[in-house]
Design a binder for this molecule. Sequence first.
Ligand code: AMP
Length: 282
Amino acid sequence: MQAITAHKQISKIVHQAKSNGKSVGFVPTMGALHHGHASLIDYALKDCALIIVSIFVNPTQFNNASDLDKYPRTLDKDLDFLAHYGDKVVVYAPTATEVYGSEVSSTPYNFGAIEKVMEGEHRPGHFDGVGTVLNLLFRQVNPDKAYFGEKDYQQLAIVRKLVEKEKLPLEIIGCPIHRQEDGLAMSSRNARLTETQLAIAPFIYEVLQYVKNNFDTHSALQLRKYVSAAFEKKEGLELEYFEIANIKNLSTLSRKRKNQQYRAFLAVYAGEIRLIDNIALN
Ligand code: AMP
């Protein structure tokens, strides 16, 4: 399998497929592909005849230069990983200039309250970078549907808002979190974990499950205290934030309300590697 690097070529392939009556799905990624990414492709293949997978480590969404620098880049391995899909999958792996033109910078969006909490609060400028690159990629690829993981639940909400703001003619589909057998959510950043860190990281999902199992009987404050204490005691993992938020508007919870749906979200550092995860509570 070969990657296409020119945006004009990818536009042409999609245009031709659509002219032949094929529906086109799009799975944007930053590469270092794993089975979480493959699960999005498999969902996309249920609806669409051709899937474009982009592999692009987007510089404008990193608020930390060392995180960008150390982000795993494994294009040849990624192409091997996708080879079994044959011609149902086309890989678009552009350079920054091919995506952005000469100026690689992000557009300031105003996504409203959903960008002010959690990832938005802790990674300044992150969602402007995400919005900018996806707006450009959506216009280059022009898919019928694009698939995003609930692993990045807040990003999924931002993407829906972006599509609404930019009036883009595509449907956004959210897909469930794909986990290892031990519960750790799959992530490209897991490739950077040491063996010791890999052994303790499943604790993140254990804590989220505890929160889910006790959501009915405990207050948000009690759960928050439990989570802080649990990570304080756990050597090797440092909690950055834990929030319970309404799934509709991502407003973080002070008091539970009836007939509302909630999810718990957290970000944790294992050494210098930042991991995020979330779980549906009710
Ligand atoms: P990334 O390459 O990390 O930017 O992720 C590309 C897409 O894959 C995003 O929509 C992510 O939410 C999704 N994704 C990453 N990890 C998982 C996972 N474990 N389960 C489901 N989707 C995922």
